[in-house]
Design a protein around this ligand. Sequence first.
Ligand code: C5P
Length: 403
Amino acid sequence: MMISRVSAESKKRLLLGVTGGVAAYKAAELARLLAQDGMDVHTMMTQAACRFVGPVTFQSLTGHTVYTDLWDANTTQNMAHINLSRSADMILVAPASADFIAKLAHGSADDLLTTVCLARDCPLMIAPAMNRQMWENPATQRNISLLRQDGIKIIGPASGEQACGEIGMGRMLEAAELAQAVQAAIYATALLQDKNVLITAGPTFEAIDAVRGITNRSSGKMGYAIARTAAEAGAAVTLISGPVCLVPPDVDKFIPVVSAEDMLRAVQTEIAQTDIFISVAAVADYRVAHVNQQKIKKSAGNLALELIPNPDILTFVSGLPKPPFCVGFAAETENLEKNAAIKRRKKNVPLLVANLAQHAIGSDESELILFDDTGQHILPKASKMQQARHLIKHIHRLYSQQQ
Ligand code: C5P
């Protein structure tokens, strides 16, 4: 049997421009999120930005020198303003102040950031952040529409309470939202264009009584990462999720459920339109036979619960007369390879993804082994987003061969 080790792909490179505004602190969190997901982030800060957050913060979070000055004689970058943008996949300016937007709209180049933006040959996205009246001012709106005409992507702002205490449009989007937008733009492919992908994620919760229940330790992170990367690959994504503490990703349809039976019903409703079914959810194997509508009173004696098996959702789908391409997950605590191979046959799926549960649960990283007809493919430890992108490519390859 063939065993291959999938090597890491070259990192994508983002130039992060930070201008002067209170929201600069959110840009530090954004840099952390993107670097953690495996992106190479290089930061450029205006002089005003350095008054809000220190360059050392970005240097520590990204592991790279921060550029602040067009005239820095010590820079290792000869012609920094040209070289910086040549090696980048994309530039994001967050926060983008009203003053920076005005300069960008008029082609001004009087500091490093504006010069790099003018000399760029890669896509540019900006996340405006300013007081609501500055945002509403006709001059700013004129500049924004000029930027749109120039093909610059504007993301946000959002409405809400501002640092000045006023309420209105002008707040920069949150770091997690910006990170998703950057990833969607940088990693966009058409691998799953026109495909309907159905994903189950998270645990299920099986009630015992009005307040208690049985569940699994599953954060939902892997399933949510797969939903996001399937969307990056152009798929129409439906995500059915058990109860988790994550913000739902930007997908076509998000269906929250509680129990395994709820999850099965949702899958049955959606499955007819599905091309690819990815069953990531940690479905509880059993549920309580008789759920008590009131809270069971504590007593000194033992309490016996009768448990009955839950339906196996993946086996139901793979057993349909015309099943979609099915992908199963196996979280094992021992004998990973043997158990995974057995599970792939038992569940009758072309691809099974295995991981060691005690390492993966709740973590932002995982090591995966993909089992298919050709053998095993090891994805060495990486962030769940990176693993999800590898997985989507692998699914695309197998799915295309089947057609
Ligand atoms: O049998 P086991 O729970 O280890 O199988 C794991 C795989 O089967 C996962 O893909 C999981 O989503 C799926 N599964 C399911 N319904 C169940 C139990 C597991 O769809 N009741």
